[in-house]
Design a protein around this ligand. Structure first.
Ligand code: AMP
Length: 214
């Protein structure tokens, strides 16, 4: 099963992507996580990506596409994957469609997690991330057992630089300009399904399971 998660930053698509990956036993591929891992390791890609990410801008398509196409070579992708944060531009979507077509494949669903802009800023300022294992939480909606500590690996949680209020508005503008057109793209491809992301996390997941099949 090949799934794309669409939605504004902070719509909860990462949380849903992880749940889908667990349930359907497919890898969760988050381009944001891969960039952050590269930043942490101090790679050349990480250094380049950081310049854009810290400003709330998208990393250029050329860097992103090479990285994703490389990830698809991993044998764990044989049964499919759930893509979180990719594609984020029309050229990325076109490149993905083309790469799959060459293998006689296509994606199964593009799931748009819908949340209005006015909910996004407050959601993102409450978000906390573990930079060690990639887990994400929310101080109100997905609290940890112990405040500020990752349930999964015990490391400290942080408010990511790009989740700070001043960057969030910029990321939203970038989303509307460059990523939202993908909704029409996948609607035209007859792959689009929509879920109401304002509901409680588990209710949103159940809607997704209904679409994907148990
Ligand atoms: P995320 O964790 O998905 O919110 O991504 C964090 C940041 O990484 C974004 O604001 C972008 O700067 C960068 N990024 C992640 N995925 C992509 C992508 N597919 N194309 C370009 N930039 C990306």
């Amino acid at each position: 099963m090949k799934i794309i998660m669409l939605g504004a930053p902070g719509a909860g698509k990462g949380t849903q992507a992880k749940k889908i990956a667990d349930k359907y036993q497919i890898p969760h591929i988050s381009t944001g996580d891969i960039f952050r891992a590269n930043i942490k390791e101090g790679t050349e890609l990480g250094k380049k990506a950081k310049e854009y990410m810290d400003q709330g801008l998208l990393v250029p398509d050329s860097l992103t596409l090479d990285m994703v196409m490389d990830r698809f070579q991993n044998p764990d992708c044989a049964r499919g994957y759930v893509l979180d944060g990719f594609p984020r531009t029309i050229p990325q979507a076109e490149a993905l469609t083309k790469a799959l077509k060459e293998k006689g494949e296509s994606i199964d669903f593009a799931i748009n997690v819908e949340v209005p802009d006015e909910n996004i800023v407050s959601r993102m300022s409450g978000r906390r991330a573990c930079l060690s294992c990639g887990a994400t939480y929310h101080i109100v909606h997905i609290p940890t057992k112990k405040e500020g500590i990752c349930d999964r690996c015990g490391n400290d949680l942080v408010l990511r630089d790009d989740d700070k209020a001043e960057t969030v508005q910029k990321r939203l503008n970038v989303y509307h300009e460059q990523t939202q057109p993908l909704i029409q793209y996948y609607s035209d491809e007859k792959k689009l399904v929509e879920v109401d992301g304002t509901r409680e996390m588990e209710a949103v997941f159940q809607d997704i399971v209904k679409i994907l099949g148990a």
